[in-house]
Write a protein that binds this ligand. Sequence first.
Ligand code: SF4
Ligand code: SF4
Length: 496
Amino acid sequence: MDVRSQVAMVFHLDKCIGCHTCSIACKNIWTDRKGAEYMWWNNVETKPGTGYPTKWEDQEIYKGGWEKNGDSVSLKGAGRLRGLKNIFHNPHMPVLDDYYEPWTYKYQDLFNAPEGNDQPTARPVSLVTGETIDVKSGPNWDDDLGGSPDYGRQDVNLKDLSPAEREAMFQLERMTFHYLPRICNHCLNPACVASCPSGALYKRGEDGVVLINQDRCRAWRMCVTACPYKKSYYNWNTGKSEKCVLCYPRLESGQAPACFHSCVGRIRYLGVLLYDASRIEKIAGADDKELVDRQLEIYLDPFDPEVIKAAKANGVADSTIEAAQKSPVYKFLKVWKLALPLHPEFRTLPNLFYVPALLPGMAQVADGVYDSTTQSLWGGIEQSRLPIKYLASLFSAGNTGKVVEVMKRLMAVRLHRRGETVGDLSKEEIGAAMKEVNMDGETADAIFRLTALASFDERFVIPAAHREESIEMLENTADYKGETGFGFRQRPARGL
Ligand code: SF4
Ligand code: SF4
């Protein structure tokens, strides 16, 4: 057992209101720089939709992530040697059109336009060329299903649905969607790290945050191709690649990353997981249908004396072990089994997990009366307007059973709380739902509390930083804002 610690995350999708506050918080801190205008280290997509960059999930186009190779895995399209062959033309690299051409507006025209009969307007100008442009796409162009069916119908997760099922999803009265906020997953098996010919990418030991050493990056951009989530970006101004740093200077001072801190819906949770690094290769090479269960196996019980002993032997600090025992992520993921990884079939073992959105409220008109009894309001899991097959394509490599399990647990909590607060459900109905998922009232209340009422300190359990391990915090990070972002340093040479 090779026990290490990882800062991991849960996003509760039922709570996301799609406000993009998280994206703006990140943009203001990290990517409001020349060359980084088009980057959204945190972005929020509407599903169904094609996302940012367009169709990022389609690895037939981008060849990101790993593919199964016997019991192990190999990079799908961006191995060091394979990548070097494409050095002058990489057909799998997203281009600016796949992201969008960033723009601003000529605001001065609003003030300086000569007097006339028409209102002055601020025309869009490209942040790349400075020329006036006709805006044709943006990072959230299909927000709230805007532009569907053109965009929504292109979603690659619809591939397992029959034409009739697809059609049903886009009928106006049945139309539904959910938001999908995304950041770098700080994966256990990061394809970006494995693909870099310069060894510039590394996963730091104390918390598993994946970083790019700007001094070593040689602009090969293999990481851009290799990351199946398209969360490594190329800065055309500095000639270096960049990615989400999980606000590590904030983490080191006990603060949640900016996108977590600012989240209006309070959907985000952050905490430590202890994992067994010796199992990574085997688990990454598991069969598709087993990927979710096998990935959960890699995370260890932080209360197990054997695990604690092995963690200490590996130099994991006592404060980190304590944080792992209080981790909200551990509860959602392992204790309550409510969270799933995004596209586990990419085999990077992502450390950002999602509680999928439960059914939307349903109602029907019968005999001219709007019927909103509890039964028809929520119906059964099977009547979900977001097809289970669609959710399985997102969160369980097509294993519908995994999504149904989670949905039933979420529904049991919902029915239990309805019984507690409104009291219009029979004890039998609630009891049957709870029994089916083997849940008691105390657990349902604890899930409800962490979901709906949790304080800041319950949502973010961040271990105390150790100055001796955190070389970066010895310098004043604010001095570097405006260069290439906080924390991108000549020193330290960690990971070399
Ligand atoms: S999400 Fe992409 S960039 Fe982030 S660690 Fe995983 S492979 Fe690397
Ligand atoms: S700030 Fe929170 S609620 Fe708003 S879009 Fe981001 S994740 Fe969703």
